[in-house]
Write a protein that binds this ligand. Sequence first.
Ligand code: 0X9
Ligand code: ZN
Length: 403
Amino acid sequence: MKLIFILISFYSSTIFAEDIYWVHLKAETKQQRNQLANIIHIDQYIDGKIYSTVNEFDYNNLKINAPELLIESHKIENISTNRALVGDEVFEFPKGEEKFHTYAEANKVLQDLTTANPDIAEFITIGETHEKRKINGIRITHKKNRSSKNFIPGILFLGTHHAREHISTEVPIFLAKYLVENYKASENIRKLVDSRDIYIIPIINPDGALYDIKSRSYKMWRKNRRKIKRRTYGVDLNRNYGFEWNTGGSSSNPRSDVYHGKHPFSEPESIAVKDFVESKSNLRVMLSFHTYSELILYPWGHKNDPIGGREEEVFKKMAKDMSKWNGYTPQSSSDLYIASGDTCDWAFGEHGIFCFTFELSPKTYGEGGFYPGARYIDVVNQANLKPMLYLIDKTMNPYQVID
Ligand code: 0X9
Ligand code: ZN
């Protein structure tokens, strides 16, 4: 009897996944969009309508605070019925999705690339997560640059701040492989690698990304895995950066999917990015990958005002140039909706770095949303190769695009 009781209490305290709801909302005006961004995370905005996948807490909040905007909704069955068993340490993507890199597989790719190509690649670790996983990456530049006194312009690519956005791990891994593997054969790549300092960190949030695939079922998880209290986990890392933090489009409730954390840079993952960026004075350009919607976003995200000046022209021209290759829509982040505490507002606002957010494919929820399937990997990688090489090239002097 006692044993049964222990077993029941063990499982009830370890089995946990919230229900997830699909919602379709009316948001014809920007004011409505911003009102909603204070309550939920917005997956997609199209023709005056918003579509999103929200957790139970945000869904209930929506029903209380914006019922007039809720057109239709339903519980996502195959997600909510998949309950997570905490403690299961074997990580693999769900059946048919194995082509996606798990955290361990991503680390192995980075490790193998550096071991086989020590002249141009170096394995880096920028910090540790709540669950003590290392946040790893790769530095690609000719080794002579590591000790050079000359200025070598730097660029930083970041993937997977948001757990469920797994394609945003794939594109930076693909870039790392492409640069290293084409160094000898391609003169263009060789020139870039010899004259730029390229940093690629494919998974900022490994705890969240692994949680999202635990027991080989997707959980629609977004945040990191900070334990706040029993059954309440996670800070939205893209609301936790310390520039105009908590000034709109984020929540102070830990149960919300857009919870901004206790204070700016309260999370080890965002601190790791901050410390890294601040330790590299040569960084001029950044690109943070997210999914989905097919957008190229640039600051500001926390307010509607344009950034103005020559910098705005640079952002717009670069975004437009890149959109020719991937077909994504270029716009300022706040054109989409106001959200404060994101990576790029901080990188640009605090350090003047030309920082873009790509919302990778697919374009719509109907095409799979966060989980479009492994067949998207090659397509998305290829679509974004030229934009990434362009950014590496322009890192020498971003202003050249308008001069
Ligand atoms: O909301 C986000 O953090 C990003 N979208 S996602 O679907 N990947 O979660 C977009 C951030 C863009 N920034 C602002 N609107 N400030
Ligand atoms: Zn995201």
